[in-house]
Ligand binder design. Structure first.
Ligand code: C2E
Ligand code: CA
Ligand code: CA
Ligand code: CA
Length: 282
């Protein structure tokens, strides 16, 4: 079987420059992957700066293809969206993430929340809210532990439809995070009209810290706006201590990034949480 895999890889390699063929190939492999259980969820800690504790995890999809090796979600999510495979794949992610968090709760990590990335296409499905509520029900997880991460592009496409759905989810105490905030079509009016609980500052802004730069000034403004609007502000892609210090000084609530931990497989994150419980976050 390994030999056959190698041959196919060579075939793939030949066409690597042909984007269309590559996409077709990935699409085909994605279908097989879902059937053959090749996906895995990794989890990255979100650290509350005031508590100096992990309060949540973001679930991040990983695909280890025997054919293609490791494929970045930046590449395959787009293909999954275009081919609508994101619908069953997204449902799988949601279910897996909620089940894992419920497991962690039972291991004694009762306070943790789980953040799950949601594609626009998922949110546009008529039965999306039903899917979310059913998934919570069958995993045994209480709704306020679940946060859905969405991006602003969703609103540009169909604001009214999406906002009523999100409002309904909020009435169930499910949290909504605005991901990659500051990139794309940012409009501050979204913030006042939508039930957003969390603002997630995009990594590109965090990269520009230290203080004194224009983008770092924007980070200060975003944090201020979030606080004014009673939202939790989280910074993503924090890699260095000086970024952490700056964000803490500005009153940012939470941090996610390699500085604390890369995303890890379920059993590894469980170990990390147990270790940090003993030693404090290191
Ligand atoms: P995202 O939602 O903005 O996720 C954050 C990305 O930044 C993740 O990349 C994470 O591994 C990476 N990251 C976190 N901290 C650091 C850091 O300190 N330094 C650096 N260099 N990177 C950091 P990843 O896991 O490759 O995911 C890429 C994107 O793929 C995600 O961006 C998200 O848009 C999408 N994605 C991942 N999993 C899912 C999923 O289950 N569903 C959907 N719809 N999209 C997903
Ligand atoms: Ca995200
Ligand atoms: Ca993000
Ligand atoms: Ca991003």
């Amino acid at each position: 079987a390994k030999e056959a895999g190698k041959d196919k890889y060579v075939v793939f390699d030949q066409y690597l420059n042909d984007i269309f063929t590559e996409r077709m190939y990935i699409e085909k492999q994605l279908y097989l992957a879902l059937e053959q259980d090749e996906f895995e969820l990794f989890y990255q800690p979100q650290v509350d700066l005031a508590l100096n504790k992990v309060t949540g995890l973001e679930a991040l999809l990983r695909w280890n293809s025997p054919e293609l090796g490791y494929v970045s979600p930046l590449k395959f999510i787009k293909v999954a969206e275009d081919s609508h495979l994101i619908i069953p794949l997204g449902a799988w992610v949601l279910s897996k993430a909620c089940t894992f968090l419920q497991h962690l709760h039972e291991q004694g990590f009762e306070h943790l929340t789980i953040s799950v990335n949601i594609s626009m296409l998922q949110l546009l499905q008529n039965d999306f809210n039903e899917l979310v509520l059913n998934t919570l029900e069958s995993s045994g997880l209480q709704p306020h532990y679940l946060e859905l991460e969405i991006t602003e592009s969703i609103f540009v496409e169909s604001y009214g439809h999406v906002s009523s759905k999100l409002n309904e989810l909020r009435t169930h105490n499910i949290k909504i995070a605005l991901d990659d905030f500051g990139t794309g079509y940012s409009s501050l009016s979204y913030l006042t009209h939508l039930p957003i609980s969390t603002l997630k500052i995009d990594k590109s802004f965090i990269d520009s810290i230290p203080a004194g730069t224009n983008k770092a000034t924007l980070v200060e403004q975003i944090i201020m706006i979030g606080k004014r609007m009673n939202m939790t502000v989280i910074a993503e892609g924090v890699e260095r201590k000086d970024q952490l210090d700056f964000l803490q000084e500005q009153g940012c609530d939470k941090i996610q990034g390699y500085f604390f931990s890369k995303p890890k497989a379920g059993k590894d994150i469980e170990q990390l949480l147990a270790d940090w419980e003993m030693t404090g976050i290191t």
